[in-house]
Design a protein around this ligand. Structure first.
Ligand SMILES: [Zn+2]
Length: 298
């Protein structure tokens, strides 16, 4: 399943192809993916210009000049590829894709115009069809059910210890559960929670409230955890995202970040922290696997 760093990698791969482009035609090949497409989906897209491609949590948001936002979620197996057409293949260089996917799973094709000789198609492929697309009025997007109540983005400066302290204070719930709560941090998945806790040397079982001082301010451990969350996400984005299944990046290449996971899926292996010597354990919390080193994560 694509996690937030993959989605951000896809966004960065697609943005140069779609931003500023006009949607000349839409091929919608099914009535639904995970959910039905909205009424008039293709008509509402056709002729519109994409002014920006943004991301919120694991959603891609294509801003349209109609005032609507095309919201896209990759589900379990969704991917995009971009094909340059005509004589401009060289111009689209980095975005010229080998046809590695079964075309039977190409569900939506956007034909984009970027001016003379710079047309391309953006193809959404999704074998398992857990992904979806919908159209939302930009004026109401913050209160839309997909976005209302979403927590802090784990990228950038919005995530700071003071903001997290307010959510952690007094909580007896384990760190693992609190970090997976999308209402606190948006888009942080199981893999990156495990990795962040290892980097911060904190046990996934530790009560979240123990990271906050009596006066409600962030303790040293919460400073460490915040930095670790930002760092694992930034590193994963830099590495081009991870790939645990048959997941292809926007640039057609397979991800590779899984090779540098320190604890995720490494039960029984020796902890990589210099001088630790502990053995990575797997436990189940809230129905999800947690991988951690009981020796150095406290
Ligand atoms: Zn260790």
């Amino acid at each position: 399943m694509p996690e937030l760093p993959e989605v951000e990698t896809v966004r960065r791969g697609l943005a140069p192809a779609v931003e500023g482009a006009r949607i000349a035609a839409v091929e919608q090949r099914r009535a639904d993916l995970r959910f039905a497409f909205p009424d008039g989906f293709a008509d509402r897209l056709t002729g519109r210009r994409i002014t920006a491609l943004n991301r919120r949590a694991k959603y891609l948001l294509a801003e349209l000049d109609s005032g609507e936002v095309l919201v896209m979620h990759l589900g379990m197996s969704g991917s995009f590829r971009v094909s340059s057409t005509g004589e401009d293949a060289k111009a689209g260089d980095g975005f010229h894709f080998p046809r590695g996917k079964n075309a039977a799973h190409d569900h939506v094709v956007l034909h984009l115009e970027r001016g003379a000789g710079a047309n391309c198609t953006v193809i959404y492929n999704d074998p398992r069809r857990f992904g979806f697309m919908t159209l939302v009025d930009r004026r109401h997007i913050d209160s839309h059910k997909l976005f209302a109540g979403l927590g802090i983005e784990p990228t950038g400066n919005a995530l700071d210890p003071a903001a997290l302290a307010g959510h952690f204070a007094g909580r007896a719930a384990p760190l693992k559960a609190v970090l997976l709560d999308q209402k606190i941090i948006a888009g942080l998945g199981n893999i990156y929670v495990c990795e962040a806790l290892w980097r911060a040397r904190l046990s996934p079982r530790r009560a979240a409230g123990t990271l906050v001082r009596r006066d409600g301010t962030a303790g040293e451990r919460l400073d460490r955890l915040t930095e670790a969350v930002r760092a694992v996400i930034a590193d994963a984005i830099a590495a081009g995202g991870s790939s645990l299944r048959d997941y292809v990046h926007a640039d057609g290449s397979l991800g590779y970040f899984q090779h540098v996971f320190a604890v995720y899926d490494r039960a029984g292996e020796t902890c990589q922290r210099p001088g630790c010597g502990g053995t990575i354990a797997r436990i189940v919390q809230s129905g999800r696997s947690s991988f951690y080193c009981p020796r150095c994560q406290r």
